[in-house]
Unconditional design. Structure first.
Length: 239
C-alpha cells in the first residue's frame, strides 16, 4: 500500500520497457487490487506478469471487501500471493484458509505464490523447520500432484522483512533444502518443477549472491521493487 496510481503506472512502463522479450528471466509485479486493471492494461503485450496481493477462496457471495479469484482474472491478473507474512501476522489469517486459497487460485487458472516463513521467536527456538513444514502442509492440503508445477513457494523469514536484515546464505540454503525435501516427499517427481523464491530485504547488492545459491530459483522483492533505481538492478543482476 505504497505507490499511488500514477507512480504505479510509471514503474510498470519503465520495467516493461527494460525486460524485452522476457526470455532471459521472468518478472511479475503484485499490485493493490484497486490498480490491477490499470496495471494489467499497461503490461499487456509484454511478458510482464501481473498478480494480486491477496484473494478469497469463495467464487462469490457476501464477503465484503474481498476479491474472488475470477475477479482477479477479469482485471488482468495471472497470479496471486497467498499467505504473505503480513496477511498472516498483521491480519491474522489462519492456516486453515491457506489450502482453500491455493485450491481456489488453481481452479481459476491463477498461479499461486504461496508464502511461508518463521518469526524471530521461531528461529531462536529452533522451530524453523517445524513451522515451514506446518505451513506447507496447510497450503498443499488440497493440491493434487498434477497441479504442483503451477505453484511457486516464497520463503520469507518474517524477521528479515522490511528490517534491513537478510538471512545468511547458510540460513537461506538450509530453509530452501527443508522446503525442497518436503515437496519431494509430498509430490515426488513434480517437486522439481516447483520454484522456491527467497524474500526478505532483497536489495540490489545481495540479489546476485542469493540467486547464486543452488536452492534459490527466484526472488520475492519488497520495498526495493517500489522504484526503478532499486528494482531494475535486481531484475538485471549478473548471473
Amino acid at each position: 500500500m505504497n505507490l499511488d496510481r500514477s507512480k504505479s503506472l510509471d514503474l510498470i512502463k519503465t520495467v516493461k520497457g527494460r525486460i524485452g522479450d522476457g526470455n532471459d528471466r521472468e518478472v511479475a509485479v503484485f499490485v493493490p487490487a484497486i490498480y490491477l486493471a490499470d496495471v494489467g492494461a499497461v503490461a499487456q503485450g509484454s511478458p510482464l506478469g501481473v498478480g494480486g496481493q491477496n484473494v478469497w477462496y469463495e467464487e462469490n457471495g457476501a464477503f465484503t471487501g474481498e476479491a474472488a479469484p475470477r475477479m482477479l482474472r477479469e482485471v488482468g491478473a495471472d497470479r496471486v500471493l497467498i499467505g504473505h507474512s503480513e496477511r498472516r501476522h498483521v491480519f491474522h489469517e489462519p492456516e486453515a484458509w491457506m489450502g482453500r486459497k491455493v485450491r481456489a487460485a488453481l481452479d481459476a487458472d491463477l498461479l499461486p505464490i504461496y508464502c511461508i516463513g518463521e518469526t524471530l521467536a521461531d528461529r531462536k527456538a529452533n522451530r524453523t523447520d517445524r513451522v515451514l513444514k506446518k505451513q506447507l502442509e496447510a497450503g498443499f492440503e488440497l493440491v493434487k500432484a498434477e497441479d504442483a508445477h503451477r505453484i511457486t513457494i516464497a520463503y520469507e523469514p518474517v524477521w528479515a522483512i522490511g528490517t534491513g536484515e537478510t538471512a545468511s546464505l547458510d540460513q537461506v540454503n538450509a530453509a530452501h533444502a527443508t522446503i525442497r525435501k518436503w515437496l519431494t516427499q509430498k509430490v515426488s517427481e513434480e517437486a522439481d518443477a516447483i520454484r522456491i523464491l527467497y524474500g526478505g530485504s532483497v536489495k540490489p547488492d545481495n540479489a546476485g549472491e542469493l540467486m547464486a545459491l543452488e536452492g534459490v530459483d527466484g526472488l520475492l522483492v519488497g520495498g526495493a521493487s517500489l522504484a526503478p533505481e532499486t528494482f531494475l538492478p535486481i531484475i538485471e543482476y549478473d548471473k
